[in-house]
Design a protein around this ligand. Structure first.
Ligand code: B4P
Length: 192
């Protein structure tokens, strides 16, 4: 199964992708995690991305596409994937479509997690206290939410128009949200 998880920061994309990965037995590809690994390694790419991420802005499309092409060149993505954090703007949605076409892979569904803004802010504040991620400070969170509204929300329309959008209520316990996603993506597709 080839899935994209869409939703604002704090909507549970990373959280649910970790569970879906076990359930669907396909790799979880988080562009945020890939970037954070580059930052931690101090690579040239990581050095470029570090400040941009800390400000809550989007890293350049060219860097992201290069990273994605590299990740998709690995055999484990042939049977499927859960893509978390990509695409974040229309240019990235278009680039992903072209990449899958080139690889001869059929896309299944974009799952949008819907969560009200007050709850997003609350969840991220909880993670800030627990993990201290560089971009979970109030100023960056405001910026990330704004970037989401301006650049990522149109991606939802893109998938809706392609008839590939599945909307899921992201409010509730981790188990409740997970069950809703599994139900929405048609469990019969999951077997095999
Ligand atoms: P990401 O790593 O994608 O960060 P995120 O949007 O905050 O989502 P995340 O998956 O981590 O959080 P989740 O909602 O699961 O991106 C970080 C930065 O990297 C971006 O700002 C950008 O700079 C850069 N970047 C990444 N991809 C890019 C791209 N394609 N193009 C350009 N730049 C890119 O969880 C949040 C919190 O909520 C957690 O603490 C979790 O425990 C909690 N939570 C989740 N579900 C819950 C529930 N049901 N109930 C209660 N709490 C819940």
């Amino acid at each position: 199964m080839r899935l994209v998880l869409l939703g604002p920061p704090g909507s549970g994309k990373g959280t649910q992708a970790t569970r879906l990965k076990e359930y669907l037995q396909v790799p979880h590809i988080s562009t945020g995690d890939l970037l954070r690994a580059e930052v931690a390694a101090g690579s040239p790419l990581g050095l470029q991305a570090k400040e941009v991420m800390a400000r809550g802005e989007l890293v350049s499309d060219a860097i992201l596409l290069g990273m994605l092409e590299d990740r998709f060149s690995r055999d484990d993505t042939r049977a499927g994937f859960i893509l978390d954090g990509y695409p974040r703007n229309l240019a990235q949605a278009d680039a992903l479509g072209k990449l899958l076409e080139k690889l001869g892979q059929k896309f299944d569904s974009a799952v949008q997690l819907e969560v009200p803004t007050e709850l997003l802010v609350e969840r991220i504040a909880g993670r800030a206290a627990a993990e201290g991620r560089a971009d979970d400070n109030p100023e960056s969170v405001r910026k990330r939410l704004q970037v989401y509204t301006d650049q990522t929300a149109p991606v939802i329309e893109y998938y809706r128009q392609h008839g590939e959008l599945t909307v899921v209520d992201g409010v509730g316990s981790l188990d409740e949200v997970f069950s809703r996603i599994v139900e929405a993506i048609a469990p019969e597709k999951v077997v095999g």
